[in-house]
Write a protein that binds this ligand. Structure first.
Ligand code: Z5A
Length: 220
């Protein structure tokens, strides 16, 4: 399957999305093992991060005392532009499966719906930063904000700057993901309140249904 911008890439681009604590990192790990067992050599990325610029941006975003909303958006897009250019496009051009922990849906959920920046501007700026590259399939791990925060607390993880943004902010983000699933047929929802193995099975079922030429069980 070619990536969605029509630029002729041959790989497949998958994004896992969702509120904090919804299990993205866990599911990226399980999916990577599943892919390797079937002969794929996936490229795994996370946002913000994954490049020298991206890791610096991540540090500022999560640790700086005060980052205005527009600066937050511009930093995230600066990191994404580097990730797309240095990692994702080359991997897709080489026919690899790319699995990213967050991509542009996060920016719509956090910076537009969460921070209140204008949705049309955020969308246009993201398109400019990525050269219109979009995932072939985005899977939203749907979990209430409170449940995600409880998972972090149970794991003894202290909140970073964005996680400290407050209950109302995180409730808006979780609700935004539910809205965004309905607006794009390349975005699918999985119930992330289920046990890890059940969520994993649901992710695989979606991949094999939506990208059968790459992921069908019969081929593997
Ligand atoms: N951000 C943004 O604002 N705009 C953007 O465009 C982008 C990002 C790209 C990145 O933080 C921050 O950047 C993020 C949004 C912002 N901030 N927030 N909030 P990050 O990468 O450090 O954190 P995260 O992306 O939010 O991920 P996370 O909080 O680490 O959670 P996760 O990856 O979704 O979940 P996990 O680490 O796999 O699991 C969390 C815990 O739950 C862990 O103890 C697991 O063992 C447990 N877990 C996982 N799955 C389950 C199930 N199914 N049941 C029970 N327990 C589970």
């Amino acid at each position: 399957m070619a990536a969605a911008d029509g630029a002729g890439e041959r790989g497949v681009f998958i994004a896992l999305e969702g509120p904090e604590g919804s299990g993205k990192t866990t599911q990226v790990g399980l999916l990577a093992s599943w892919l390797r067992d079937r002969g794929h050599d996936p490229v795994l990325t996370r946002e913000p991060g994954g490049t020298a610029v991206g890791e610096e941006v991540r540090r500022v975003l999560l640790e700086a005392d005060n980052v205005p909303a527009l600066s937050e958006l511009l930093l995230i897009l600066a990191a994404r532009a580097a990730l797309v250019d240095e990692v994702i496009r080359p991997a897709l051009a080489a026919g690899r499966v790319v699995v990213t922990d967050r991509f542009h849906l996060s920016t719509l959920a956090y910076q537009a719906y969460g921070r209140g920046l204008p949705l049309a501007d955020v969308t246009a700026m993201n398109t400019f930063a990525t050269g219109a590259l979009e995932p072939d399939l985005t899977i939203v791990l749907d979990l209430d904000a409170a449940a995600g925060a409880a998972r972090h607390a149970a794991a003894g993880r202290g909140p970073d700057r964005i996680e400290r943004a407050g209950n109302e902010f995180h409730a808006r983000v979780a609700e935004a993901y539910r809205l965004l699933v309905q607006e794009d047929d390349r975005v699918e929802r999985v119930d992330a309140s289920a046990p890890e193995a059940v969520v994993h099975d649901a992710v695989i079922a979606l991949l094999t249904r939506r990208c059968p030429e790459t992921f069908s069980q019969a081929e593997c």
